[in-house]
Design a protein around this ligand. Structure first.
Ligand code: SAM
Length: 244
């Protein structure tokens, strides 16, 4: 049987859970004294644990050996995506987390219909990423970055920077040729809003330049994907082959 997973920011030999987590485990999941669980720290470490104390609303866990999770790939993919209408950004975080994405950057680009990014939204996205990690068996919770202007992405370091653009001739497999799946690789991928990228956006990504931080434009097939489909198609195509 799959063990319940619990997020704990600090892994110590004995951990007392927060009242809300204790309540969830006791009242909703009905855990018992001695029951085995998996705890994870959101940074890729995890340990098997046993319920060692159940006192009123409080619950303690006794941790076994701490080890690195074996479900993370050597390719570390960060998805930067333009702000999207409705709750589509949250859907991309859920699905991208399941696929193994390690970070999400909300981006304001010229043709974004949505231009407002409220304070509380980052916290909500972080909770969504934590919940999705827990459910899919990851011990790493993807980072949710603050809002970036598209022009700022050029300064971010990565081994490979790709922007999905329907009018590019370069395919994803051509852009990944030569990179080995078992070697660490930091990839930053950008996808656009419902209205696509403006000429100014593309200029800001320095597509034709040989600068170290410039982007390469790639196409994702001959059909136009919806703005919320493109990041998930891209993450699947990069991370799923060879069991990444
Ligand atoms: N009319 C827009 C255009 O001309 O770009 C379509 C935008 S599309 C709905 C939203 C985003 O998804 C695009 O900015 C791009 O990042 C990505 N996208 C959609 N289809 C794509 C494709 N076939 N190849 C590469 N990127 C694609």
């Amino acid at each position: 049987m799959r063990l319940h997973r619990v997020f704990v920011s600090e892994l110590k030999p004995e951990v007392w859970l927060s009242p809300s987590e204790s309540h969830h485990l006791k009242q909703v999941l009905r855990v018992k004294l001695g029951q085995k669980l998996i705890v994870f720290n959101g940074k890729g470490l995890e340990a098997e644990a046993e319920v060692s104390e159940l006192e009123g609303l409080k619950l303690a866990l006794c941790l076994g050996e701490i080890k690195a999770s074996d479900v993370e790939s050597a390719w570390r993919l960060i998805l930067a995506l333009s702000l999207l209408k409705g709750d589509k950004f949250a859907d991309v975080i859920r699905q991208g987390t399941e696929l193994g994405v390690v970070g999400f950057i909300p981006v304001l680009s010229q043709y974004c219909d949505v231009r407002e990014f409220k304070e509380g939204r980052l916290e909500r996205y972080k909770r969504i990423a934590q919940e999705a990690s827990k459910q899919c068996g990851r011990s790493l919770i993807p980072d949710i970055y603050p809002l970036h202007q598209l022009a700022d992405l050029i300064h971010l370091p990565a081994d490979l920077k790709l922007v999905a653009h329907p009018y590019s001739h370069l395919t994803l497999s051509e852009s990944l040729a030569g990179y080995e799946v078992d070697k660490t690789l930091d990839i930053l991928c950008l996808t656009g809003p419902e209205g696509g990228f403006s000429p100014k956006d593309l200029e800001n990504l320095k597509l034709e330049s040989s600068e170290i931080h410039s982007f390469k434009a790639i196409q994702l097939g001959k059909r136009i994907l919806r703005a919320e489909t493109a990041p998930i198609a891209l993450a699947s195509a990069i991370l799923l082959p060879q069991g990444l």
